[in-house]
Design a protein around this ligand. Sequence first.
Ligand SMILES: NC(=O)c1ccc[n+]([C@@H]2O[C@H](COP(=O)([O-])OP(=O)(O)OC[C@H]3O[C@@H](n4cnc5c(N)ncnc54)[C@H](OP(=O)(O)O)[C@@H]3O)[C@@H](O)[C@H]2O)c1
Length: 333
Amino acid sequence: MSQTNRRFLLAKRPVGAVRRDDFSYETVPAEQPGEGQVLVRNLYLSLDPAMRGWMNEGKSYIPPVALGQVMRALGVGEVVASNHPDFKPGDHVSGALGVQDYFTGEPQGLHKIDPNLAPLPRYLSALGMTGMTAYFALLEVGQPKAGDTVVISGAAGAVGSIVGQIAKVKGCRVVGIAGGAEKCQYLKDELGFDGVIDYKAEDVLAGLKRECPKGVDVYFDNVGGEILDAVLTRINFKARIVICGAISQYNNKEAVKGPANYLALLVNRARMEGFVVMDHTKEYGKAAQEIAGWLASGQVKSKEDVVEGLETFPETLLKLFNGENFGKLVLKV
Ligand SMILES: NC(=O)c1ccc[n+]([C@@H]2O[C@H](COP(=O)([O-])OP(=O)(O)OC[C@H]3O[C@@H](n4cnc5c(N)ncnc54)[C@H](OP(=O)(O)O)[C@@H]3O)[C@@H](O)[C@H]2O)c1
């Protein structure tokens, strides 16, 4: 029996924000698995700001998606046919499954997940790539110590919300920068952040002066741009700035705007360090176990924002850039 596969192929390199016509959307029979291959029915796809970067030509930490190729996406799904000894129909897996109904290919890079231990979308959030990013980027690059003031931008998002909660576990004063009263309220009331700055409603520098009277020891940067520049003016001696992302810059048609206030690093003998989660794939198991423990004890909460319908992919992806997602953005296929 051949399954029908709806899929989004990258048709052209977007200029600025993605548009539906940057993709071709087609319906084809799913490819049947060859020797050593598996056929996976995709159930949930992870929509990530990084996808915008993968559509650009040029050197990065991972090759761009080629024109005419299925758009790359992480996801979770169920094996429906297998010619590989390690996988059988009914297994649930996580990996780079693509923006489509069915993945056919070698299972290297797929790993098994247990749907009885956590809801499937959680394997794309706290227990998935964004949780791993929060864990390793904060602990290894940010190196928070009890009593430090940790400031996080994109704080109500998938990565930021977990970073803040881990920093609380480590005994830090945690200040989140996010857009809108509802998100800021959530950070304080639900996640226990000590302070919040609504960058859409107030001056970030004034907010930093109010919420960080002792300065900033760790800045976890998800957004770059003007917010990064504002935080640089408040950093402490030997501060650590984690360059996790710069979503305010991803849709730029001109060059990325670098920080004007970078000499604050010199004055404070501070450092900024880039981070790529893929460097830690071998250690994911250990981190997932520790995060699962915090989820079970209630010290960390995970929120997923699930949108239904593969066909909505381009518009749903845009939510990340408009701040319309609240929690980890997941597309239910
Ligand atoms: N380096 C790595 O290995 C790695 C891995 C995963 C993610 N990342 C990066 O981590 C960051 C967060 O990713 P995520 O998956 O957790 O996404 P997310 O925070 O769940 O969603 C993106 C959020 O960014 C905020 N935003 C959008 N445009 C903005 C702007 N111009 N200025 C300020 N905030 C803006 C919006 O929140 P508001 O409503 O608050 O504006 C939006 O909800 C991204 O930069 C991503 O590229 C890096």
